[in-house]
Design a protein. Structure first.
Length: 144
């Protein structure tokens, strides 16, 4: 098993890392990776003010791009998901602090401000369940 938590977003050549990991694994071995999801809700809403937008992050993957990278290096992806818990809260806090204006979006205003106590967590769960959280995990099995 090769595990890399919060590493691949820092690499100039992530494909080299995936390939090197594959060389070290036996057939059926597992690769587990975590990294930010560049298409996560808080990243899309807060842009350069999102916590994961960092000059040390030279790559921004999403579930599809990370899956394609793994598959191109001889892995079968078992799961690529976004189990994040804080995206809605980060955006909620930015709105409350006046750092983000969503006045023109009645849906987000309702979910993230007006009915935050009852809709905040279900909204976050929706993000996580649909690949929209900014925290991402991938587990893949070496196929060859």
């Amino acid at each position: 098993m090769v595990v890399a938590f919060e590493v691949v977003e820092h690499l100039f050549e992530p494909k080299v890392f995936f390939s090197q990991a594959s060389r070290r694994l036996r057939k059926g071995g597992l690769l587990v990776v975590s990294c930010p999801n560049g298409l996560g809700f808080d990243v899309q809403m807060l842009r350069d003010k999102a916590l994961v937008v960092d000059p040390e992050h030279v790559n921004f993957f999403n579930p599809r791009s990370l899956t394609l990278l793994a598959e191109s290096c001889g892995y079968s992806v078992l799961i690529a998901h976004t189990p994040g818990r804080l995206d809605a809260e980060y955006v909620h806090e930015a709105i409350v602090k006046g750092e983000l204006d969503i006045a023109g979006d009645p849906f987000l205003k309702r979910a993230l401000v007006d009915e935050w106590d009852s809709l905040g967590w279900p909204f976050q769960q929706f993000l996580a369940d649909n690949g929209l959280s900014s925290h991402m995990w991938l587990a893949a099995r070496k196929t060859d």
